[in-house]
Each structure stands twice: as structure tokens, then as C-alpha cells.
Design a protein around this ligand. Structure first.
Ligand SMILES: *Cc1c(COP(=O)(O)O)cnc(C)c1O
Length: 370
């Protein structure tokens, strides 16, 4: 058997007619860039999250950049983000001219917690930028209190956490502004690049909407210099067609996660994702930890089971940041985790047979190890 890491074709096949019609509608009407299909998706996604506004844009990296820029983050500022995240989080900060400051992560949640963020605060700190990594909500209540007490902005990166909740409330309700990616492999994925920013702040939403579209509301009247960071109509149409299925897909991910949790509990030195009461994870990834990570990954590969590592090199140790002269000293937890984490296959359409096969393959590994 082969178990892929994710299976976008299975999802497409399950809603082929809706997707094909949505795309054909764009082509037949030659509707290509930021029109009524994008607007309909923006409205639908805002409603899904329970926030006042969603502004669509070209990708998740732009979403973070747009939010930071619209809030006035720029040269001379520092923005605190976790050391373990995709580089887009820090790239968006650098693009504003501000300095990304990479905090260590919490050993249990893998997210930047209050203690880790607070340790990085300096007089130049302008914003906190937590990431809801793997679909696990970061401690927004604690981080909001920290931001308020220090007079900092709070922008959340929810590129992996569409629909995650804390205490029954969507994470987008619990931060002033939350950024999404709709990259094809994300929990809600377009058929190309796309992103969005969610906020209850109408004035902020308007600034972001103008910034992504050449600083304008009217066709040839530009209030300021913006950029071209718009969403394509085909992406808007695909996302609008997919949105009604997102709740089911999230349930599917939770079903897979529950099966893994049950099957893999107490196996060797394997550490499973810690479920914190009240935090509703959306399991973009199911990440386990073991000292035998590379051997386990190799074993699974020979059995036809695909895995990934998210992420193998913490940001401060990336060649891209060599000029900052950082070392592993400031981020001991992130560094230790980077050598231990392994992402198992995770997608809503995973069959019981596939889950069973992954489970048996992991069992076989640990029985061999013992
Ligand atoms: C995917 C991702 C992004 C960037 O999104 P793109 O749409 O690929 O630009 C940002 N942050 C995190 C945590 C991501 O996983």
C-alpha cells in the first residue's frame, strides 16, 4: 500500500462538478482578477470565522505583510515570532522593513507562548506575531494580555489553522487581525496561490483592501501607493465552492487524529500531540516526536508511507538569517524539537485502511526497536 502525505486529488474528485463549474464560469465570463467571486468568498469566509471582514489577497505571505504594513509596522520596529514556523512569517516582517525576532517555543504546544514572547521584548518591539502551528491554537488570551500590558500590536498567522477555536470562539475573534493562506495544501486550499486577512476593524480592513490594490477605491484615483497583491477570480471561485465543505473536512482531520491518538498511545518513546482542553485543533498536520525520528521516517518510507518534517531547521539557524549572527543558544526547545518532530500523513479523505496501515507500520518499527 502507498499512503501519500496528503491527497488533493481525492478531495477534487469528491467535489469535481462544483469545482469544474466554478472555474468554467470564470473562463466563460473572462472574469480573472478580484471581482464578484472573490467578494463572495471574502464575505463567506468572514461569516465562517464570525468576524466583520475578510480581505482576500494573493497569498498568505502577502496577507501577513499587508496586515503589518496597514498597522504601521516598518523600519526600526521589531516583531516577535516563533523560531519554528515556515519562513513566510519572518519574510513578511522583513518586507515591511522591520526586524523579525525569533522566540523559542513552548515544549508542549510547539507554539510561541507568553514566556517565550516576553523574553524577546525590547524598547523597539512593535508587535507580537504568533503562529497557530500545525492547526493548534496558540495562547491568544495570554498573548493578548501581554500585548495590551506592553502596548504592542498583535497579528496572528493562521495559515495552518482555518476554523481553529479556543473555548468555543474562533481564533480570528480572539486577535485584532488574523492572516490566512489558501495555498493548495492548506486546510482550505485554492487551485493556486491565495490568502486573506480577517479582522473586526472596518477601517483596518479598508486600508488593507486599498493597499493590496494600488492604494485605490476608485479605478484611477489612488489615495496612496499600494501594491498588486490581489486574489484571482478563479481562486475566489474555487474557494467559494470549497468553503461549505470545510467543516466536514475539519471533522475528517479530527477523525484521523483521534484514530492516531488511540492507536499510537504509549508506543516506545513516541510523543503525540498534546490535546489541551478548550483548544479545538484543526490538525493541518499531525506531528509526533521521537528520538528515532530519522530511522522511523526511513522505515515508513520503505513501507510506502510518506512523512514530512515541519520544520527541520529553526529560522534563526537558516542560511537566510546568517547575517543576524544568531545561534542555537536562545532557542533550546525549538532546536531540540527540530531533531525529533515527524509529520504523519494527514488529510480528511484518509481511509480506515490507510490509517490502519500507518499505525501497523509504526507499531512494526517500535517492536523492531525494542
Ligand atoms: C503556508 C504558510 C504561510 C505562507 O502562505 P503562502 O500562501 O504560501 O504565502 C505563512 N505562514 C505559515 C505558518 C504557513 O504555513
Amino acid at each position: 500500500m502507498n499512503v501519500p502525505f496528503l491527497d488533493l486529488k481525492a478531495q477534487y474528485r469528491s467535489i469535481k462538478n462544483e469545482i469544474d463549474e466554478a472555474i468554467a464560469d470564470c473562463v466563460e465570463n473572462t472574469a480573472f482578477v478580484q471581482g464578484k467571486r472573490v467578494a463572495a468568498f471574502e464575505e463567506g469566509f468572514a461569516k465562517y470565522l464570525g468576524v466583520g471582514h475578510c480581505v482576500g489577497c494573493a497569498n498568505g505571505t502577502d496577507a501577513i505583510y499587508l496586515a503589518l504594513r496597514a498597522l504601521g509596522v516598518g523600519p526600526g520596529d521589531e516583531v516577535i515570532l516563533p523560531a519554528n514556523t515556515f519562513i513566510a512569517t519572518s519574510e513578511a516582517v522583513s518586507l515591511t522593513g522591520a526586524m523579525p525576532v525569533m522566540a523559542d517555543v513552548d515544549p508542549v504546544t510547539n507554539n510561541m507562548g507568553v514566556a517565550q514572547a516576553e523574553a524577546c521584548i525590547t524598547p523597539k518591539t512593535k508587535a507580537l506575531l504568533p503562529v497557530h502551528l500545525y492547526g493548534m491554537p496558540a495562547d491568544l488570551e495570554g498573548l493578548s494580555r501581554l500585548a495590551a500590558s506592553k502596548g504592542l500590536l498583535l497579528v496572528a498567522d493562521a495559515a495552518q489553522a482555518h476554523g481553529a477555536k479556543i473555548g468555543g470562539k474562533d481564533i480570528a475573534k480572539l486577535a485584532p487581525v488574523t492572516c490566512y493562506s489558501f495555498f493548495p495544501g492548506k486546510n482550505l486550499g485554492a487551485f493556486g496561490d491565495a490568502g486573506g486577512v480577517a479582522t473586526d476593524d472596518a477601517a483596518l480592513a479598508e486600508r488593507i483592501a486599498m493597499l493590496r490594490n494600488h492604494g485605490r477605491k476608485d479605478k484611477y484615483l489612488h489615495q496612496f501607493e499600494g501594491l498588486n497583491m490581489r486574489m484571482d477570480e478563479i481562486q475566489g471561485a474555487v474557494l467559494r465552492a470549497k468553503l461549505p465543505h470545510l467543516r466536514n473536512w475539519t471533522e475528517g482531520r479530527r477523525r484521523v487524529a483521534a484514530a492516531y491518538q488511540q492507536a499510537l498511545a504509549g508506543l516506545g518513546d513516541l510523543v503525540l500531540p498534546h490535546v489541551i482542553p478548550g483548544r479545538e485543533e484543526v490538525y493541518h498536520l499531525f506531528v509526533v516526536e521521537t528520538a528515532h525520528r530519522d530511522a522511523l521516517a526511513a522505515h515508513l518510507k520503505t513501507r510506502g508511507v510518506a512523512t514530512g518534517v515541519h520544520y527541520p531547521v529553526p529560522l534563526p539557524l537558516q542560511p537566510a538569517y546568517a547575517h543576524l549572527g544568531l545561534d542555537a543558544g536562545g532557542i533550546p526547545v525549538a532546536v531540540a524539537k527540530a531533531g525529533r518532530i515527524l509529520s504523519l500523513p494527514m488529510f480528511p479523505e484518509m481511509s480506515s485502511a490507510q490509517i490502519e496501515y500507518v499505525k501497523d507500520s509504526i507499531l512494526g518499527f517500535f517492536e523492531g526497536e525494542a
